[in-house]
Design a protein around this ligand. Structure first.
Ligand SMILES: Cc1cc2nc3c(=O)[nH]c(=O)nc-3n(C[C@H](O)[C@H](O)[C@H](O)COP(=O)(O)O)c2cc1C
Length: 179
């Protein structure tokens, strides 16, 4: 299986990027490859440019097109998804909608208690509108992430790691069932 992880933060200190790197490290093996995609080189979406997308956008879309599934790792900004993530989704959706029929799952982390619940509800709606089947009933909402995700991209909370093991396995089955 080939997955891409899309992280909705371009901060060098991002705890969501740490989470994505942890997931890539823990669940990549001889059968599964997880590539973490970065959003910092994507320009602001402008429909004037969509017939002539810059190479960074084309490469980003091609990576998604080649993947069996997408793992969205989103922060929460003002009870929704960050603008950088919405910008990326707007590129994804145009000319060729590379997320249509592409299975998705999501996770996120905040320093506060709620672990991106509002952002994930919005993201689920957006992905559904674009035709991406979304794994539900497998919420990965990591509160207190600044204490659990270390600078060397580890997740030092055993019960969360155990839950992630279950969810990642469920996602693999979900993707297989969509083939
Ligand atoms: C503009 C902005 C809005 C935020 N809004 C929320 C919010 O609605 N809910 C929340 O739990 N945290 C909120 N936060 C705090 C983020 O969860 C926190 O900064 C987190 O570390 C961002 O993820 P990152 O470290 O991966 O960039 C907000 C932060 C910023 C900068």
């Amino acid at each position: 299986m080939k997955y891409v992880a899309i992280v909705g933060s371009i901060s060098k200190d991002s705890i969501n990027m740490r989470l994505a790197q942890f997931v890539a490290k823990r669940y990549s093996n001889e059968n599964n490859e997880i590539e973490v995609l970065h959003l910092d080189k994507l320009p602001m979406y402008n429909r004037d440019d969509e017939q002539n997308m810059v190479p960074e956008v084309i490469a980003f879309k091609n990576a998604i097109k080649a993947a069996d599934g997408v793992i969205w790792v989103t922060p929460e900004y003002n009870q929704s998804i960050p603008g950088v993530l919405k910008n990326a989704i707007d590129w994804i959706s145009r000319v060729d909608n590379v997320i249509n029929n592409k299975p998705s799952m999501m996770m996120g982390t905040t320093p506060g208690f709620l672990g991106t619940v509002h952002a994930q509800l919005h993201l689920r709606d957006i992905l559904s509108a674009l035709g991406s089947p979304v794994l539900i009933g497998n919420d990965v909402l990591i509160g207190g992430g600044h204490k659990k995700l270390t600078l060397d991209n580890n997740l030092n909370d055993e019960s969360t790691v155990n839950w992630l093991d279950i969810v990642m396995n469920n996602f693999e089955n979900f993707v297989n069932n969509k083939k």
